[in-house]
Structures are given as C-alpha cells and as structure tokens.
Ligand binder design. Structure first.
Ligand code: NAD
Ligand code: IPM
Ligand code: MN
Length: 351
C-alpha cells in the first residue's frame, strides 16, 4: 500500500524529530512491503520566514486533500511578538479547525521508571492513561477574543464556549475508547465554577446509560491535576476540554519520563493529524539531542489510524519500547545518546 501523507516538519526541533520518524517509516514500509510518499510543505514559523505567512494556501490545500498529516512542532521565539493572528501557533489552530480534527488522543504509558524520574517506581509503574482532549473548541476558539482599549484600560478577552454537540461527540470517542480498554472513564471539568463545564458534565452524564459497560466518574480539574501524579494508576481514559487537556498532558508526560515520549493523533472529519505533544524546544534546537521517540510513536499512530496498518504500528511501538528498555537513552531520559543514535536503536529493533 502507499503510505501517502503531508509532512509538516515545522519549527525548532520539529524538522530534527520528523526526519527520524521518516527513517522509521521507510524501514517499516520496507519490511512490510509498502511505499512511503511524503509531500513536504512549509508550515508555521518556517513558512513565515519563507513565504511571509504561517499557513500558506498551498500548504492548506495539500493538508485538506491528504489522508494524513505528520507534523513536527510549531513556534519560534523570534515570532513571539507577532500579532496573535499571524503567529505560528495560530496556524496550528487553523489547521486543526480546517481538518475538523476535534478528537485529540494522547496516550501516556509508563514503560520504565528511569533513575532520573522524580517519582518512586512503585508509585507509577504500570500507569497507562489515554487523555482524550477536545481540540477544536473551548477557550482556544471562542469569540469574542482579543485585546482592546488603551493604557490601564486595556482589556484581554477570551471566551470559553462549548456546544452540547461538541461535548457529545468527544465524549462518545472517550466512552468507546474506554470500552476497548479498562472500562473506566473520568470526565474532567470545572463545573463548580464554569457554566460551560456544567453543560459538559450534564451532556457526558446523559450518555452514560448508552455505555453501561463503562464506569463514568467526574472530577474537577484542580483535583485531577493532583490525583494524576498522586495515584496515576487509578486512571484509564480521561476526557476533557481543550485547555485542560493541553495542561494535563504535559503534566502526565513526566510520568512517562519526558515530553519527548508523548505522541498524539487528532481525528475527526478529514485526514488525521499526527504530532508529538511537545513543542519546538528552542532551548535544545540544533544540539542533536532532541528525543525523536514522540515523533516516531506519532508516526505509528498514523499507520494505525489513517492507514489501518495495525501490525506495522505495533511493530514500530514495540521497537520504541525496546529502545526504552535498553541503555542507549536520550538526554531527556537521563542518557547521553543523540537524536540519530536513538533512531538507530529503534531501527535495529525493527529489524
Ligand atoms: P516545549 O515542549 O517546546 O519544551 C518544553 C521543555 O521540554 C523544554 O525544556 C524542551 O527542551 C523539552 N523538550 C520538548 N520536547 C523535547 C524532545 N523531543 N526531546 C527533548 N526535550 C524536549 O515547550 P515550550 O518551551 O513551552 O514552548 C516552546 C515553543 O513551542 C513555543 O513557541 C510554543 O508555543 C511551542 N509549542 C508548540 C507545540 C506544538 O507544536 N504542538 C506544543 C507546545 C509548545
Ligand atoms: C499542544 C500545543 C498547542 C496547544 C499550541 C502550540 C497551540 O501546546 O499541541 O499541546 O496548545 O494545543
Ligand atoms: Mn501543549
């Protein structure tokens, strides 16, 4: 089969880790008799520098027609003072919205508790959580938004808005995922303070009778942030809104060992979007030490969700796990191996 996707290396360490994910895709395609065809396009800060805009029309068209998109990272400190609507980060929000990629799956597994972990092994070993983050609504997209006024009268506004239908569709994805896993779903909100969260809780609760095999609970986000590190094994699937999901997933990355391990898939109305959870990591760009495993696992999620290649995806993830079991580890996991070296270990494990 042809594994055809749009490749958006993006900014910072994005191109560094995407190059490694592509090496792994080539290898797995070779092994299983497929063909990889990546259509590379400028996006985000890199596109800004090259084309004067973060989301060029040609990139948009290619993305909307693609069965899948593999993205590195967006964001560059040089663009931090641009008006919000032209920043690289906004291009990513536009891409997610244009794709209708409203269901963001962020799996967090503790494969091994390494000495650099701030956690005691017995407290977190075996943790396996799936964060289902609503991705095209909530505070990220609500209007009105913006800054207006002068001097001390300046006002910054964002709007937290959720429609019942947006809540229902993401909740169904989470209920179904829980049904295939350990059948526990936790919905995270701030229903004690926010009306949008009260609606969220009502809609999620209303679906529970359709999924009798799944045990549903609710938790306020402040407590969930605490429980996630106090007793992470109690979690199976978490469903939550856009901002809470963003924050909780970076927190959960510390359980796994590093942000450099967390992949994601964003699914919905068109082709899937696959990207590591981490950003462009300006502090290590060009040093050759970026951990490529999140990008490689994101490519595995692409094989599974966009191409139905479950065996190939499992082979890649097994190779990543083998790497994590060994002594050749990247700097963010307390090791000394560089980006390419880590991929070499994964390639060896793939055979
Ligand atoms: P970040 O995720 O880029 O980095 C946080 C920390 O984790 C840094 O110390 C970084 O070196 C480390 N890190 C991240 N990925 C790593 C990897 N693969 N290997 C080793 N270490 C890794 O978050 P930030 O510093 O808050 O943001 C930097 C830029 O990235 C900003 O412009 C931000 O907007 C953007 N960002 C983009 C995405 C995305 O593209 N999805 C996500 C988060 C942040
Ligand atoms: C993420 C990132 C993005 C988000 C930013 C860069 C827009 O932090 O994917 O987690 O907040 O969704
Ligand atoms: Mn984030």
């Amino acid at each position: 089969m042809e594994i055809r996707f749009v490749c958006l290396p993006g900014d910072g360490i994005g191109p560094e880790v995407i190059a490694e994910a592509e090496r792994v895709l080539e290898r797995v395609a070779d092994r299983f008799g497929h063909l990889v065809r990546a259509d590379r396009r400028p996006f985000a800060g890199t596109a800004w520098d090259r084309c004067g805009e973060a989301f060029p029309a040609a990139t948009r068209e290619a993305c909307l027609a693609a069965p899948a998109i593999l993205l590195g990272a967006v964001g560059d400190p040089r663009h931090d003072l641009l008006p919000p609507e032209t920043r690289p980060e906004r291009a990513l929000l536009e891409l997610r919205r244009a794709l209708g990629a409203w269901a963001n799956l962020r799996p967090v597994r503790v494969r091994r508790v390494l000495p650099h972990s701030p956690f005691r092994p017995e407290a977190i070993a075996g943790t396996d959580v799936l964060i289902v983050r609503e991705l095209t609504g909530g505070l990220y997209y609500g209007v009105p938004r913006g800054v207006s006024g002068e001097g001390a009268d300046r006002v910054g506004v964002n709007t937290l808005r959720y429609e019942a239908r947006e809540i229902e569709r993401i909740a169904r994805v989470a209920f179904e995922a829980a049904g295939r896993r350990r059948r526990r779903l936790l919905s995270v909100d701030k229903a004690n303070v926010l009306e949008s969260s009260a609606l969220w809780r009502e809609v999620v609760s209303g679906l529970a009778s359709e999924y009798p095999e799944v045990e549903l609970d609710h938790m306020y986000v402040d407590r969930a942030a605490m429980e996630l590190i106090r007793n992470p094994r109690a979690f199976d699937v978490i469903v939550t809104g856009n901002l809470f999901g963003d924050i909780l997933s970076d927190e959960a990355a510390v359980l796994a060992g590093s942000l450099g391990l967390l992949p994601s898939a964003s699914l919905g109305d068109r082709g899937g979007l696959y990207e590591p959870v981490h950003g462009s990591a300006p502090d290590i760009v060009g040093a050759g030490v970026a951990n490529p495993l999140a990008a490689i696992s994101s490519a595995a999620m692409m094989l599974e969700h966009s191409f139905g290649l479950a065996r190939e995806a499992a082979a890649v993830q097994a190779a990543v796990d083998r790497c994590l079991d060994g002594d050749v580890l990247p700097a963010d996991l307390g090791g000394r191996a560089g980006t390419r070296e880590i991929t070499d270990v994964v390639l060896d494990a793939l055979g």
